[in-house]
Ligand binder design. Sequence first.
Ligand SMILES: Nc1ncnc2c1ncn2[C@@H]1O[C@H](COP(=O)(O)OP(=O)(O)OP(=O)(O)O)[C@@H](O)[C@H]1O
Ligand SMILES: [Mg+2]
Length: 267
Amino acid sequence: MGRIISFSSGKGGSGKTFSSVNFSAELASRGNRVLIFDLDINCSNVFILLHVKPETKLQDYFEGNIPLRECILKSEHGIDVISAGINVQRFVQFENDYNLSNLATDLKELKDDYDYIIIDYAAGINQMVMRFYAMSDDIVLVANPEITALADLYRLMKMLHVNNKTNKMYLLVNKVKNIDWAINLHKEVKKVSEKFSLKIDLKLLAPILFDDDKVMRSVQKRTPLIKLFPKTPIKGGFALAVTRYLDEIGESLDDKDIKSKTFSNFF
Ligand SMILES: Nc1ncnc2c1ncn2[C@@H]1O[C@H](COP(=O)(O)OP(=O)(O)OP(=O)(O)O)[C@@H](O)[C@H]1O
Ligand SMILES: [Mg+2]
């Protein structure tokens, strides 16, 4: 039985999609079966980053003609995808409570076929997508190290805690210039949470460096950055994030040294 991991953020553009794709690629490179569900239905772009030709199958699914399983697209990067693609003229009408509730139920059934299902959300949280958080085993918050990130992060954590009773979350700090930025953000948000008695165990997975040149090139090549540039700090960041995550959920490798090795090797 697989696990569902939600990639979330308060503000748009923090790197949820980038992180979903590269975290998935790292999991897949370790032999896991991974599916990304692109829940940013009207603005989906996972299929672009993974070089998958989008088809209009999700439309057929919403119209009740095919099961969700038939919407799965295979990428050349060893990651499966369900994405709406760019054919969205009728999706707005499909995005209602009834359809999303069925979608959540059907997605849950796919847990039998995968080790990990990653959900990439649109920015922010609304009541309609709360059921996807409710069925998630884990939540990864993707934040940037700006001064406003602290407030965004706290708000998001509180919303998930209150609505979803989530007590443990993971943090990826993306677009950092150095590791300290991530460590500081993590410390600060923990301090604020304690001050306001928000009882959430927030685990820092890893800092992910800002590198617009390599990110751009990986987008152009339609290849996850960690595959295109396997000897870079960003690869090190995602390797550390996945190792820490697997360790937390009890799926870590025997070699405990790997935690210290993976990241430092890339600097
Ligand atoms: N580590 C990074 N270094 C440089 N650029 C990055 C990095 N991570 C993401 N980007 C770029 O930042 C932009 C936003 O990233 P992305 O689309 O993954 O964010 P998002 O949170 O999914 O956005 P949205 O909320 O709109 O779905 C993209 O242009 C992406 O290529
Ligand atoms: Mg996105």
